[in-house]
Design a protein around this ligand. Structure first.
Ligand code: ANZ
Ligand code: ZN
Length: 819
């Protein structure tokens, strides 16, 4: 009789999400230790769930289910990150209200997630687009505002002149509009900003206290990019003004042979000589069209243009030309650099191209040989002023100073300090992190709760007037001049100032779709609270999150943003811990069978619904866990699902051979206890794939036995249950139980029973001992022989020789006879 997964899985889901729903509900009053498991809540897209979602969700479902069986009070919540562009773009195209599409999509996602048997606590579902939720997003925004961390400034945005719409960075990748494929421009607009840079050091320091996957820590550190250096002023000849440069290498000041301004630098137009004006303006306009990434890409040919003006190097009074070049960015440091071609790669390339002087000031203890060959062509070494050798590239290593007057002989570090001091500069710290552009000229987002008054300035909407509801609009398209569609509703825009009662206007920008996800983990703790965003005592009970899994692509976005929000909330006493996530892990992508990214346009998408239908939820779950190392990208395989389904079929058959009576056979007991041990440990290490292969080995051993002692089968069934919960419940009832297997305790293994009895195997070649290692005592002869021949030592010694005979003595020795 074939296992009817459709019927059986539905039966258990009906119980779990119906009569038995308390099983998955976290308790605010329980005295059991708490455990908060979190996955990144999905954006409910029209396409429905994709295969990547279950990889993360099932993995943490396994952990949540195991923790419940270990006696924890588990919180494993779910919700919808539902503001966002696809629903809005769809509305622009079809006129259908984003709320309508969003509700439809949510219903579909809910159905799909339940069909996979995920043990979410559905009583705490949140939806970021629900006014009862975004009221608090707005309230939290106002805390930033009140503490001076939300401010308005003019910033360039991505603007598509054809679609007349402001685009998010993600919609204008490569400088191309996602909708019309036309070129995107930069346009200056007033934007709300959140001062995340004020938290740069806290965001760095906090990383030292949490258990994050190493890659995520490194990415965040690099993104924040703390850089110690100095600001030094260069006087401009024939001008009152000076140019301040930021350098991490003030020790190389004697080697600064020219100065470069970013095209955006405000001094460019002031100091450019008349003869150069036209050319410089053209250059600046061209630079504006490039993205930051294009401008700073390594290996890309550097371009620049002379201003005709000169500056004075403050350390030696040398006259140096001032250039404009787009490899210098306007919004980093001071937007101006001193160029030291001898010791900076980019400056070296630039100096070579424009034939600028190169002056060596750090002694290179092992200079490259005079003639060097790079590939097939000979590299021409450059003659360098003051140098004793030649240079074929910048020397960026450490060493002592040369050609630096009184500072000669100093090491780099002390020279940094002394030279900065000598020229009246100051030591500073720069961060690559930028403040967060927090407004969008869009419809489908949280209205920013601020009112602009001519007299009082920007005034927060009073708490009692929150939420500021999204009004109904006729058109979802931004206005002609790139304002949010909200700007077109005058009865909504025109209000009284809450402070002076004069005529005032509402802010018409909305928040970015990162807002709702920056604090959702707090709302799960108290999702229905109408008085506060979450009750303090409950926050204290549940925070921090014990285990958070999510995509690597969010490391420098959502993960950083939400840490920032939480750090700030902690500073103003709203939350009990500074770091929200105690542990962060990440899963690899699931690729299509062809190894490419799954995408609709490639037509290689595997739909979870189809897999659940054909093979069952348990097969989907187990296969996603079996597919490969959890943190690696892996291609989907339809063969693989079939294999896993066969394993589950085999497990189902086992229950028929179960008996209460028999004594357990030692070797069968060993496999089962080893399986309990391995699955227990592998789940913690997220080695789900090896946990499943061990369960496959175990199922085979159980299937080979004539009868299976029920106590052993039960151990196996319990460790299988987080992976294949439907089947586990079904077999559990077949053994006569009436309550859920989830209520059982996680099994203990018997360490003595689990231990392989092992022996040392001696491997000889022609009677001489050549290798020894341990093997299971009961390894059969044929396996012993293969194992012996697999040893690298033995392989080495028999290579090229003819093996005549192999003898094995079980539990002792293998002798290989060669000619
Ligand atoms: C002179 C120098 C000599 C430099 C040398 C480096 C090596 P990080 O580590 O990223 O902070 N720089 C400064 N502002 C810049 C800007 N707005 N756009 C592009 N480059 C800029 O890098 C700091 C270094 O990058 C600075 O130190 C400056 O070049 C350059 F042997 O100054 B350095
Ligand atoms: Zn006012």
């Amino acid at each position: 009789m074939k296992y009817n997964h459709k019927e059986i899985e539905k039966k258990w889901q009906d119980k779990w999400f119906g009569e038995w729903r308390a099983l998955f509900e976290a308790s605010d009053v329980s005295l059991l230790p708490k455990y908060y498991v979190l996955i990144e809540f999905p954006y409910p897209s029209g396409e429905g769930l994709h295969m990547g979602h279950p990889r993360s969700y099932v993995a943490l479902d396994v952990i949540a289910r195991k923790r419940r069986m270990e006696g924890f009070n588990v919180l494993y919540p779910i919700g919808w990150d539902a503001f966002g562009l696809p629903a809005e773009n769809y509305a622009i195209k079809t006129g259908e209200h984003p709320r309508v599409t969003t509700q439809k999509n949510i219903a579909n996602f809910r159905r799909q997630l339940k069909a996979i048997g995920l043990s979410f606590d559905w009583s705490r579902e949140v939806d970021t687009t629900d006014p009862a939720y975004y009221k608090w997003t707005q309230w939290l925004f106002l805390q930033f505002f009140k503490h001076g961390l939300a401010y308005k400034t003019t910033m360039p945005i991505n603007w598509c002149p054809r679609c007349k719409i402001g685009l998010a960075n993600e919609e204008s990748a490569g400088g191309v509009c996602e909708r019309c494929s036309g070129p995107v421009e930069k346009r200056n607009k007033e934007q709300w900003m959140l001062a995340i840079t004020k938290y740069a050091d806290k965001l760095l320091d906090g990383l030292k206290t949490v258990d994050y996957i190493e890659r995520a820590k490194v990415q965040q550190e690099n993104w924040i990019g703390r850089s110690e250096g100095a600001e030094i002023e260069f006087r401009i000849m024939n001008h009152e003004l000076g140019i301040r440069v930021f350098t991490t290498r003030p020790d190389t000041l004697f080697g600064a042979t020219y100065v470069v301004l970013a095209p955006e630098h405000p001094l460019v137009s002031t100091i450019t000589e008349n003869a150069q004006k036209e050319a410089v303006e053209k250059y600046v306009a061209a630079a504006q069209k490039k993205t930051e990434a294009e401008r700073s890409a390594e290996g890309k040919e550097k371009t620049g243009i002379l201003t005709g003006a000169y500056a004075v190097n403050p350390v030696n009074d040398e006259k140096v030309p001032i250039w404009v070049a787009d490899y210098v960015l306007g919004n980093y440091g001071t937007g101006a650099i001193m160029a030291v071609p001898a010791h900076d790669e980019r400056d070296f390339e630039f100096a070579k191209k424009y034939d600028l002087p190169i002056c060596e000031v750090i002694h290179n203890p092992s200079p490259p040989p005079l003639t060097l060959r790079g590939g097939d062509e000979t590299v021409t070494p450059l003659k360098v002023r003051g140098a004793r050798g030649v240079m074929i590239s910048a020397y960026t290593g450490s060493g002592t100073l040369i050609n630096s007057g009184e500072f000669d002989g100093l090491d780099i570090e002390s020279a940094k300090r002394k030279i900065t001091e000598a020229v009246g500069g100051k030591l500073t710290v720069q961060y690559h992190l930028r403040d967060w552009v927090f407004s969008r000229q869009r419809y489908w987002g949280e209205p920013i709760p601020v009112i602009h008054c001519g007299t009082c300035g920007a005034v927060p909407v009073p708490e009692s007037d929150l939420p500021v509801l999204l009004p109904e609009v006729e058109k979802y398209q931004p206005t002609e001049n790139g304002e949010s569609p909200l700007a077109a509703i005058s009865e909504w825009v025109n209000v009284k100032c809450p402070t002076c009662n004069g005529a005032a206007k509402r802010e018409t920008d909305v928040m970015p779709n990162w807002a709702g996800s920056s604090w959702y983990f707090l709302r799960y703790i108290d999702p229905k609270n109408e008085k506060v965003f979450a009750d303090a005592a409950k926050l204290k009970k549940w925070m921090p999150i014990d285990w958070y899994n999510g995509g690597m692509e969010h490391t420098t976005l959502h993960l950083l943003y939400s840490r920032f929000w939480n750090l700030f909330f902690h500073d103003i006493g709203l939350v009990p811990v500074s770091e929200p996530y105690q542990k962060r892990t990440s899963h690899g992508l699931i690729l299509a069978e062809d190894g490419e990214k799954m995408s609709k346009s490639r037509g290689n998408v595997v739909n979870p619904d189809d897999i659940v239908n054909e093979f069952g939820a348990d097969a989907l779950r187990c296969y996603e866990m079996f597919i490969g190392p959890f943190d690696q990208p892996v291609p989907w395989s339809s063969q693989g699902v079939v294999g896993v389904q066969r394993f589950l079929e085999r497990v189902r058959g086992l229950v028929e051979s179960c008996t209460l009576k028999v004594e357990s056979d030692a070797s069968l007991a060993r496999v089962v206890h080893q399986t309990v041990k391995k699955v227990t440990e592998d789940i913690e290490a997220m080695k789900f794939n090896t946990a499943i292969s061990q369960m496959m080995v175990c199922a085979n051993a159980l299937a080979d036995a004539e009868v299976i002692p029920q106590e052993l089968f039960v151990l196996f069934l319990k460790v299988l249950s987080p992976f294949a919960p439907h089947l586990a419940e079904e077999l559990w009832t077949q053994l006569g139980h009436t309550e859920s297997i989830i209520k059982e305790s996680w099994p203990m293994y018997d360490a003595v029973l689990a231990k392989e009895s092992e022996v040392e195997l001696v491997v000889q070649i022609n009677g001489k001992i050549r290798d020894r290692f341990t093997v299971p005592a009961d390894m059969p002869d044929e396996k012993l022989k293969t194992r012996a021949l697999a040893s690298s030592k033995i392989q080495e010694l028999v290579r090229g020789k003819k093996i005549i005979k192999i003898l094995a003595v079980r539990g002792k020795l293998v002798n290989v006879v060669v000619q």
